[in-house]
Design a protein around this ligand. Sequence first.
Ligand code: MN
Length: 714
Amino acid sequence: MNLAEFIIAVESYNANIDIALVRKAYEFSDRVHAGQFRESGDPFVEHCLNVAFILAEQHMDSATIAAGLLHDAIEDAGATVEEIKGEFGEEIAQLVDGLTKMSELKFKSLAEQQVEYFRKMLLSMAKDIRVIVIKLADRLHNMRTLEHLPEEKRKRIALETREIYAPLAHRFGMARVRFELEDLAFKYLNSKEYAEIERKITESRDEREAYIKDLTIPLKAALESANIKAEITGRAKHSYSIYRKIVHRGVPFEQIYDFLAMRVVVDTITECYHALGIIHTMWAPVPDRFHDYIANPKSNMYRSMHTTVIGPRGKMIEIQIRTHAMHYTAEYGIAAHWLYKEGKKTQGELDRQMAWLREILEWQREMTNPEEFMEYLKVDLFQEDIFVYTPAGELKQLPRGSTPLDFAFVVHSDVGFHCVGAKVNGKFVPLTTRLESGDEIEIKTSPHQAPSQDWLKIVRTTRAKTKIKHWLKQKGFEQSILLGKEMFERELKKHRLALLTETEMSDLAAMNGFTNTEQMLSAIGSGSTSLQTLINKIAPPEPEKGEPSLVKRFIDQARGTSRGVRVAGVGNLMYRFASCCQPVPGERIIGFVTRGRGLSIHRADCQNAVAILEEPERRVDVEWDVEKGQSFLVRLYALVNDRKNILKDITEAISDVDINVRGGEIAVGQSPAIGHFVVEIQNYSQLSKALDKIRHVNGVLSVDREGISDFNKG
Ligand code: MN
């Protein structure tokens, strides 16, 4: 295809196209891509031209077609957004920018990169939905030319097309693009099955066409005599749709009765229902196979009536009945919006699509795990909808797999928050029950009911998930305010300080960088700020009087080797060391959430800590925050037969293995005598070496690390 042919074709699809703009975009693209070639050997600009042509086929506007021509100019040809903005204006520059991957950024993993890419794409889509129309056109041409890529790349691209792009096209109602993408992906992912089905479709052509004739001729006559002008078409369904039916139903090709797509397209909605009546008098309808998507459009804007009848020669056949406008929307989906732009006909539908996008974006912001987001996106893209009823007969639309709890949130957030039970078709069911199309649901509520973490596992809709998460977060915030207030007041009391006035509180908050008092209290309650620091600002601590005890000196010295305690997965929590076991760096520790007093740190082998293990929900994993290679102090406890020089011998034995002795004493007067030593070690193997050495000193009965129960003896 050359430019002249392209322009003639574009004009035939949309008479209002700005030819000068399209020509200019082509020339720009041709210039920046000069010297670049596709894997097929074609000049790169051919790809841009093909993408723009696919957009023209969908009757897209001038800006979209121009952006199609420029879509790889930034990413593959080094043009800048500013350049495109200067030449073509803001609108086109934004479209092209929205299509540019962030290849310059570094990502930890392919999954992360993929997520970032889709996230950016979704964001640009939310700004301008035409981005996805161009992206799908780009993907479609890449899939059409996939044979030129190496096998491994082909598989990856085909899989991504099947999992993301085809469902995206479906989501936006672009059936034409979707089916072609699916068939192309099928061709590369299951080539054997693809060839088999294509062969069977070809082989059965004569029979199929004869059958279509048998149905079309009498139907056309019947419709004409009722004064209905109808276009009746029939053809084989797409190979991937047939393949899915074969796999899904576990039957051979020959037994798939609905691989024929029969379509009756008329002028008005009234004629649709009229035509349906005529069809049902000619051939008996199959019960439960009638769907009225005209009265209840699918979430992707699809509208049509589907009925299955026992047709000529006793064969079951599905017939779709719709108007020309519905047909157009069914084929082009979101892209149809630009054709009808003037009439503002599709604005409501467009808004609904945007709502879906915004929900996805909202949801992904809360997901930190890239795999989780991709899984979610895939599931959400594939979702098919079911239709259920309120007891008043009001119709509600929900994704397949929804539960009564999802339904409750669709009725109203308050119904959702207070849902205690549900009746489906008059019977009480568990909230985890999966709803089916046609179900009538009655929700039972109680003012005492409230959402819990478990609810997130029950609900299927993004709406319910977001509401529940938000509620839990809000509740967590409120709880932490209450807790923070309690802790703060208790601390004031402890220091014999008066309660603060509202103004004093908000001053204190501002002084410490909080936006308001609530934020400060919540930070205290959640432990993300130190209560002690705040109190010190109100009343600076008095210096301690007198000589600190030996034990206290040791503990202070030992703790000085660390920067404190690191709490797994939670920022800076307020903590204090338990006085029962006085942990010091080097010892295994665990954290215990206490009410009102922050986190209490115990030695892992502390008697009290054993009790903590029985309340696992209050346990927090913690570790010493020490620098790598940092040494720490350990107290040793020895029983010795008092003899001359024994203290010196022990000290020397320790020094022999290159361990610093920071202090040592033997309390005489008892038999055996008790010795205490403070040593500085780097690791545990050094410690056991030292213990070994001491044990061999003449007169030493036993030596060990100072246990908890021994601690207060010295
Ligand atoms: Mn491209």
